[in-house]
Design a protein around this ligand. Structure first.
Ligand SMILES: NC(=O)c1ccc[n+]([C@@H]2O[C@H](COP(=O)([O-])OP(=O)(O)OC[C@H]3O[C@@H](n4cnc5c(N)ncnc54)[C@H](OP(=O)(O)O)[C@@H]3O)[C@@H](O)[C@H]2O)c1
Length: 261
């Protein structure tokens, strides 16, 4: 894998927030490793990043829900001096916990939790040894409270926030940073993939931001070494309000915002 600029690996770069993050990293002088299942989308993005920003991209197709896929990906890039690891690939799943498909939950946890953990664990040692590097984990404002009818998804994002904050503390003084990106609602392929009811009040949130806005906020916060980045004032206020509101109240509010179809 030949590259001349610092290398950023972005999982889930074929659409939505990951695609915009790849654009931002290319604009800011990085070469890219683009990872997802949909190869044509990744190749088209690679061509665009070359023509717009002169960035070189390596495309790696991988289904991160599969056992061993994250390990294989880490092996493929082991000699590449990854400067930035962006664990963005993720998915949701709406419905009553006892009615949603166990295999769907399994795939979600494999991508949102396990692949993120494995890639971070396997790529961090080289960053720490080098004394430079960044990990950007895409969590969600969903990680700040329980989420009835998307219970597994909200819990997966709580894990990402907790892991990243702990990691950031462990990394103090190493030259490596860890940042959890916590967007609110972002119109992307996520909502359809999660089979969310398009009329659910949550999707009309005043805190909704574009993927482009979120990606720019993420980059800025990551470069500043922030542990948590919450794009948009409304979402920042919401997250703070959640800290002083009893958890049971937050859970009931979330229920009302996102009832099952
Ligand atoms: N949209 C929102 O409202 C929102 C809010 C907060 C946080 N987030 C988080 O933002 C991240 C990006 O989501 P998005 O909103 O940009 O949704 P999206 O447009 O659906 O993008 C999801 C990305 O993840 C990849 N992905 C999904 N399953 C995968 C698998 N098994 N293996 C490899 N890649 C996989 C998809 O690529 P392929 O399909 O090509 O594999 C796609 O590139 C997720 O972690 C999500 O939880 C989203």
């Amino acid at each position: 894998m030949s590259h001349t600029r610092p290398l950023a690996l972005v999982t889930g770069a074929s659409s939505g927030i990951g695609l915009e993050l790849a654009r931002v990293f290319a604009r800011e002088g990085h070469d890219l490793v683009l990872v997802a299942r949909r190869e044509p989308e990744l190749r088209a993005l690679g061509d665009e990043l070359k023509s717009r920003y002169g960035a070189d991209s390596t495309v790696i197709t991988a289904d991160l829900a599969l056992e061993g896929a994250a390990r294989q990906l880490a092996t493929e890039v082991a000699d590449s001096d990854i400067e930035v690891l962006v664990n963005n690939a993720g998915l949701g799943n709406q419905g009553r916990f006892w009615e949603t498909d166990l295999d769907a939950d399994h795939r979600m946890l494999a991508v949102n939790v396990l692949a993120l953990t494995e890639l971070t664990k396997l790529l961090l040692p080289a960053m720490v040894a080098r004394g430079s590097g960044r990990v950007l984990n895409v969590a969600s404002t969903a990680g700040f409270q329980p989420g009835p009818f998307m219970a597994t998804y909200y819990a997966s994002k709580a894990y990402v926030i907790s892991l990243t904050e702990a990691l950031a503390e462990e990394l103090t003084g190493t030259g490596v940073t860890a940042t959890a990106l916590c967007p609110g609602v972002v119109p992307t392929g996520f909502q359809a993939a999660a089979e969310m009811d398009p009329n659910t009040p949550l999707l009309k949130s005043p805190g909704s931001k574009s993927a482009e806005y979120v990606a720019n906020a993420a980059y800025k916060g990551m470069v500043a070494g922030r542990r948590i980045v919450i794009p948009g004032v409304v979402n920042k206020i919401g997250a703070q309000a959640g800290r002083v509101t009893p958890r049971v109240v937050m859970t009931k509010v979330t229920r009302r915002l996102n009832p099952p179809a």
